[in-house]
Design a protein around this ligand. Structure first.
Ligand SMILES: Nc1ncnc2c1ncn2[C@@H]1O[C@H](COP(=O)(O)OP(=O)(O)O)[C@@H](O)[C@H]1O
Ligand SMILES: [Mg+2]
Length: 146
């Protein structure tokens, strides 16, 4: 069972400059929560790719950052939402190297590998939300909960 402390921040993703603010915000929030430098960089890298997708493929949107806790550890959850065209084939979109145009096709699949929890909500015409969570030391395991 995870508890969310409420949305801490909501950042617009409308321009390249907004991508800079997203990276800066995620870096600072992760550092504040006690993430090590390597974990901070993983989350910032994932956030950077997902925010770029929100901008480029989704036509712009927002990122919501929430501090969460579960099983005695703290984490940072990021949700990237747009009202763009959506993703018709999620398996294809998550395949290494697949791009619908011009990219390297490593953003979505790479981001998934960099975080502990990863989840996409998308349908054609209904927009896209990608949620990722990183835990400070390790993901909580139910069997270890006291
Ligand atoms: N927010 C989004 N809205 C619509 N399509 C998306 C979104 N994010 C990813 N996609 C689709 O998934 C594909 C793979 O994404 P990604 O791995 O980041 O590669 P790319 O280099 O093309 O951005 C994209 O080419 C695009 O078709
Ligand atoms: Mg991408």
């Amino acid at each position: 069972m995870h508890t969310a402390a409420g949305v801490e921040a909501c950042l617009p993703i409308r321009s390249d400059m907004d991508l800079v603010w997203v990276r800066q915000h995620v870096r600072q929030a992760a550092a504040r929560l006690g993430f090590g430098l390597v974990e901070q960089t993983k989350l910032v890298t994932a956030a950077s790719e997902l925010a770029r997708n929100t901008l480029v493929h989704g036509g712009g949107g927002r990122m919501e950052a929430t501090q969460v806790s579960g099983g005695g550890v703290r984490g940072l959850r990021l949700a990237f939402t747009d009202e763009g065209p959506g993703i018709a084939d999620l398996d294809q979109a998550l395949t290494d190297g697949y791009t619908s145009g011009g990219g390297l096709g490593m953003g979505l699949s790479g981001a998934r590998r960099l975080v502990h929890d990863f989840d996409i909500d998308s349908a054609p015409g209904a927009g896209t939300t990608v949620r990722v969570t990183c835990w400070v030391s390790r993901p909580p395991r139910p069997r270890e909960e006291a």
